[in-house]
Every structure is written in structure tokens, then in C-alpha cells.
Design a protein around this ligand. Sequence first.
Ligand code: NAD
Length: 306
Amino acid sequence: MAGPELRYDGQTVVVTGAGGGLGREYAVFFGSRGANVVVNDLGGSFKGEGKGSKAADVVVDEIKAAGGKAVANYDSVENGDAIIKTAIDAFGRVDVLVNNAGILRDVSFKNMKQADWDLIYRVHVYGAYKCARAAWPYWRKQKYGRLISTASVAGLFGSFGQTNYSAAKLALVGFTETLAKEGFKYNILCNVIAPIAASRMTETVMPPDVLEHLHPKWVVPLVGVLTHKSSTETGSIYEVGGGHIAKLRWERAKGALLKTDDTLTPGAIAAKWKDVVNFAEPEHPQGPANAMELLETAAQLPPSAP
Ligand code: NAD
């Protein structure tokens, strides 16, 4: 069953890194569903070298040829102000930002160069910040905004040879969770996806038969749902790709609570280790534990056994 057709008429959607891969699919989708689309792409290699206008232009032409509305922007996401300015100049507003642009600099930690670390940080974290920061005042003023941040399972779980990329991708989770809290009363909804899709980024690390099932178009519908005006979902993380769509959340073990006096020693924690790691009665926190409540309870506990 296809379900209702979600549309974005009159809205302006900015997709970064929309000259290929996942970004191109998002841009074409929004263009076909009534949105004004800003197709941003720096046009360099997947390692972040070079630049050019062709990647974005091809996608803009494709959207227009199908009857949609789109403009190109060739700035790096590090220059997010210019990207959002393109949206305002061309369409007078910005409603949705899909922070998607990305590069890879995979290398073992032993061999990592400063440039590998810095460039990954600048494109994924600083770039996402700059684009969101530029859109934020418009969203607050119009009391409407939708942000998608692109994380990765590499960030959520770690991945060999990707310390730079993993760190940057998980940084986007914290960034987005906080924006979800700050944006909520302005109807600014912010969510994170950890996609998996066949693209130039993954074609070297996945076998062809696996890639066949992972067309980037299977990531698009979730982004469509989360960015639609009917959505109420915010501060969430999703794994998505190849037809699989699942929300993730933090799980906290039951934990140990020890009196905060001299009996709180390494030995006392070791003695309670079963509780520290006991996931039989899990909690699913959405913010820091209520510190005052825990302190009060801990103060009333008997001392830990020596
Ligand atoms: P891709 O290389 O096909 O697309 C990335 C696009 O971003 C490219 O068109 C590139 O030119 C553009 N870009 C790179 N640096 C830029 C910059 N500084 N400013 C503007 N544009 C820039 O890769 P993709 O697989 O489509 O990746 C899209 C996003 O999804 C990335 O953030 C990536 O880290 C993330 N991701 C992808 C997968 C996957 O399985 N493909 C998995 C996890 C996360």
C-alpha cells in the first residue's frame, strides 16, 4: 500500500551535497512534490578534493525538466550563510534543511594526518552547523522549520579506519538532539538519520550484489515523512536503507546507587557490578538523569560494605 502522497507545495527545501548520491535523490523527490529546491554541491571528489558546478547543475536541470523549481548553489557547506542566502534570494524563504553533504578520509588511526581529521570535521560538523545556524533565525521567525542531520552507523557504533568520520557523525547526534530541544516551541523539528545506500562513497566498500538492494531512493521516503508539515517527531535517530527503517534510542541499565561517603570505593562498585550492567530492567532516558533526586536517594543509603 503506497499511503497518502505527502507534498511540500510552497515550501523551500535546501539539500546540501545534492549533486549526487543520497542528496540528488532528496532533491529530485522534493522537486517532484511541489517544493522549491536549492541544490547545493561543491562538486569535488568523495575525499573532498576539487570543486565544480556541474554536479549541482545537472540535478537542477533534471528537476526543471520534470516541471519542478530548483536553483543551484556551488558553495562548500562551510559557507552555510551563502547557501541559505541562495534560498532566500530565489524563493524568499527556507523551510527544510537536509544537511547531507559529506566526504570520507578513511585511514587507520595510526596513519591519520591532521588534514584528514580537520577536513572531515569541517565538512560534516562545522558545515552542518553553518547551514543550520543560517536557517535558524528564519525558522524561529516563521515558527516553522525542519532539519535533517546525516549521521552514520560508523558514528553510532564505531568503524575500523574511520575515527575522524565516526567522531564527526556522532557529534551531529548531540548537535541535533540539542537543536530539537531548543527548536521545539518554534515548531522546528530536528531529526537524525544514519543511512545506508549505494553511492560513490560506498561502492568501494560493499560488494555489487549488496549495493544493488541499497539504492539511495529507499532512504528518501523517511526523510519525506520527517520533514513534512504533518510530522511531530523530533530529536530522534533512525537507521534507514534497503527498505529497513528503525528508530534507535539510548538504553540505560538499572545501575547501582551507592552512598556518597568514604565507602564509595572501586571495591564497592566492583561488588555491585551486576547492577551497573543489568539491562533486565532498562530505562530509556531522553535527558540527563534527575541528579537531585538521585543525590537525595544516595544520601539516605546505608554505607557500602567495605
Ligand atoms: P556522495 O559522495 O554520493 O554524496 C555527497 C555529496 O556531497 C557529493 O555530491 C559531494 O560533492 C558533496 N559535498 C562534499 N563536500 C561538500 C561540501 N564541503 N560542500 C557541499 N557539498 C559537498 O555520498 P552519499 O553516500 O550520498 O552521502 C551522503 C551523506 O550520507 C553523507 O553525509 C554521508 O556521510 C552520509 N552517509 C552515507 C552512507 C551511505 O551508505 N551512502 C552511510 C552513512 C552516512
